[in-house]
Design a protein around this ligand. Sequence first.
Ligand SMILES: C[S@@+](CC[C@H](N)C(=O)[O-])C[C@H]1O[C@@H](n2cnc3c(N)ncnc32)[C@H](O)[C@@H]1O
Length: 243
Amino acid sequence: MSRWCAGCHNGRVTRASLNKQPHEVASMFDDVAERYDLTNDVLSLGQDRRWRKEVARAVDARPAQKVLDLAAGTATSSLPFARTGAYVVPCDFSLGMLQVGKKKHGWLPFTAGDATKLPFKDDTFDAVTISFGLRNVQDFDAALREMYRVTRPGGRVVICEFSHPTWAPFRTLYTEYLMRALPPVARAVSSNPEAYVYLAESIRAWPDQPALAERLRKAGWSKVAWRNLTGGVVTLHRGFKES
Ligand SMILES: C[S@@+](CC[C@H](N)C(=O)[O-])C[C@H]1O[C@@H](n2cnc3c(N)ncnc32)[C@H](O)[C@@H]1O
């Protein structure tokens, strides 16, 4: 059976507020950029590596295909697609994240761009994907429409984002982890622990699986479906642009 279901320090911003002003979000990621990848590994208890493998399977990039990895940050999320021989464009609006990425993976064509006003022509990419980025975009409906615009007819989208565990007892435990355990751990590892309080709050406020699927459909995507990972801690949503 298919597992897809149809249904301020130093005078700078230290964390974004939940209304996600773009300059605050970009500045917050500039601040965490240097230790971003390490902090992710620690806070996700190493699960992030497994999630990224599942995203790569869902995107199913092929040699010479064009893949846009939106909100790519340091491009850790872009690497699995690049390894398949696809042409991958990591795009982000945090110059701090892009600079750290460029130091590590300088061969990738890093591009500065805002998810709600993408610097690409219509129908450019075979696949557009975004990992742990959409939740941070203030007008994410506009981002979903932009992702649709730059995808070629017949192309696909894969969204990897934190979501809501489906089994109530696990959901309670996970919420406790987010609100109580994660902030002290972030204080020990991250250069900007406040950003990880924002992380916990923004996850709680994010639409659940069916609600996000509906937003994709409204943006024009068809055959929308989702798949839960780690009991719904993370969900992959996919959709297609009709030919
Ligand atoms: C949690 S990081 C994810 C980075 C990477 N995709 C990963 O999986 O590690 C979120 C990224 O979204 C970017 N972002 C947020 N809003 C954006 C927007 N409107 N346009 C472009 N990038 C955005 C941030 O700058 C940040 O680098």
